[in-house]
Design a protein around this ligand. Structure first.
Ligand code: ADP
Ligand code: ZN
Length: 211
């Protein structure tokens, strides 16, 4: 199975992606996670990408497309994959279709998780990431604010691009560049729309029931 997960920053793509891939035993390909690793390791790609990421801008299409073309041929993607954070522009979507067709492959379904802007902003400002297991969690919603990762006890940090000004910019970029992909995939008859409000488990259930 080859899936794409669409949704604004903060829609819960990463969290839902983990639940979906574990159910279907397919690769979870998060371009955001891959890029953050490249940045951490100071690779050529990481150094270039960081210039854009820290300002909430998209990394140029050519860099992303090259990165994806290396990944989809890997053994770990043989059983299928779920794309989380890619494609993010029409150019990326078109190139991806060509790339897959070149391997005799195609996308089975595209799931769009929709969440209103007020919720998105709230989620992103209270979001923290675990430095050991990469899980994301919210520091809201509990009496005493969480200091450690609920799954592994690791140290939590706030992503550099989860500052309010940068978040606003990311939401604008989403509206302008990524939202049009919803129509693109609807026209291809691949789109499934899922309401992203409610608990993590509720949303997972909604997604799985449509796949
Ligand atoms: P979010 O969905 O929360 O904004 P991601 O972790 O998916 O965050 O991405 C973080 C940043 O990485 C983006 O703001 C962008 O700079 C870069 N990035 C990730 N995926 C792509 C992509 N497909 N195209 C261009 N830039 C990307
Ligand atoms: Zn952890």
């Amino acid at each position: 199975m080859r899936l794409i997960l669409l949704g604004a920053p903060g829609a819960g793509k990463g969290t839902q992606a983990k639940n979906i891939v574990s159910k279907y035993d397919i690769a979870h390909i998060s371009t955001g996670d891959i890029l953050r690793d490249e940045v951490k390791n100071n690779t050529d790609l990481g150094i270039k990408a960081n210039e854009y990421m820290k300002e909430g801008k998209l990394v140029p299409d050519e860099l992303i497309i090259k990165m994806i073309s290396n990944i989809i041929v890997k053994d770990s993607s043989k059983n299928g994959f779920l794309m989380d954070g890619f494609p993010r522009t029409l150019v990326q979507a078109e190139k991806f279709d060509e790339m897959l067709a070149g391997h005799g492959l195609s996308i089975n379904k595209v799931v769009n998780i929709s969440v209103d802007n007020v919720r998105l902003l709230k989620r992103l400002t209270s979001r923290r990431v675990c430095s050991s297991c990469n899980n994301t969690c919210s520091i809201n919603g509990s009496e005493d604010s969480i200091m450690q990762c609920p799954s592994c006890g690791g140290e939590l940090y706030r992503r550099k691009d989860d500052r309010e000004e940068v978040i606003r910019h990311r939401l604008e970029v989403y509206q302008q560049q990524t939202r049009p992909l919803i129509e693109y995939y609807r026209e291809k008859g691949l789109l499934i729309e899922v309401d992203g409000s409610g608990s993590e488990a509720e949303v997972t259930e909604r997604i799985l029931s449509t796949l």
